[in-house]
Ligand binder design. Structure first.
Ligand SMILES: Nc1ncnc2c1ncn2[C@@H]1O[C@H](COP(=O)(O)OP(=O)(O)OP(=O)(O)O)[C@@H](O)[C@H]1O
Ligand SMILES: [Mg+2]
Length: 222
């Protein structure tokens, strides 16, 4: 039952508290978010829970187009423009898919959400977590996750996994080790600040163990 931040006016027509459940999955590039999301979706659906999997940036046509822009290594993107592009993609996803799904009582598993922007643009790019939080409150109308699963991984290991995947690095994946160190530290701080929402999962565990930890971490919401 996602809630809105108190005092934040809704930008959409959806009720302040919806019957659905929003689970977000966070972590560094290569932490195993998409792998976990697919497994968790299957696990929930096998138990008869109506659930959808969406990714950020993306999930709807406008946001998928923004995704290609922000990932393009050929483009020059100022940090503030980057933060606003992610926020724009998020705003469209919230309005077009998330709000209707949650209003209909569905579970939504979301591969990255606001915390990614707080960590990557707020800490990684140095824009400041509070400034990035402000534009994201506008983008989401204050919609917040019921539970956030943080896949915790040493940044060096994340890079090694990306290399193993054999794909060319996108614009953000080309960043320095220091950039990812700042992001990892910011994720830890966010989790420490909101222990009721976050569950930190050791991303170095085997995929089946990561999935089991995630299933346990949402069990109280089923
Ligand atoms: N628990 C795990 N142990 C070892 N390898 C894993 C684990 N989970 C995923 N992997 C592998 O690590 C790589 C990255 O996984 P995945 O694509 O799920 O990460 P991601 O967090 O979604 O990355 P990105 O942020 O780039 O989308 C893949 O090759 C995947 O098979
Ligand atoms: Mg992924």
């Amino acid at each position: 039952m996602p809630a809105r931040e108190s005092g934040v006016p809704s930008l959409c027509d959806a009720p302040a508290v919806t019957p659905g459940t929003l689970i977000t999955i966070e972590g560094l590039d290569g932490a195993g978010k998409s792998t976990l999301a697919t497994g968790l979706l299957a696990s929930l659906q096998a138990r008869g829970v109506p659930a959808e999997l969406l990714r950020e940036p993306g999930g709807v046509v406008l946001s998928e187009r923004i995704r290609t822009l922000v990932k393009d290594p050929e483009l020059t993107v100022d940090p503030r423009a980057e933060a606003l592009l992610y926020a724009a993609a998020r705003a469209q996803l919230v309005a077009e898919r998330l709000e209707p799904l949650l209003a209909a009582g569905s579970w939504v598993l979301l591969d990255r959400f606001v915390d990614s922007s707080l960590a990557y643009q707020g800490a990684g790019r140095g824009l400041g977590v509070d400034a990035v939080a402000a534009i994201n409150t506008l983008a989401t109308g204050g919609l917040r996750a019921d539970r956030t699963l943080l896949l915790r991984l040493d940044p060096a290991l994340g890079r090694a996994r990306q290399a193993d995947r054999g794909e060319a690095p996108d614009r953000l994946e080309q960043e320095s080790a220091a950039f990812f160190d700042r992001i990892a530290a910011a994720y830890d701080e966010l989790a420490a600040r909101e222990p009721a929402r976050f569950r930190v999962i050791d991303a170095t565990a085997a995929p089946d163990d990561v999935l089991a930890a995630a299933v346990a971490a949402v069990a109280d919401l089923v």
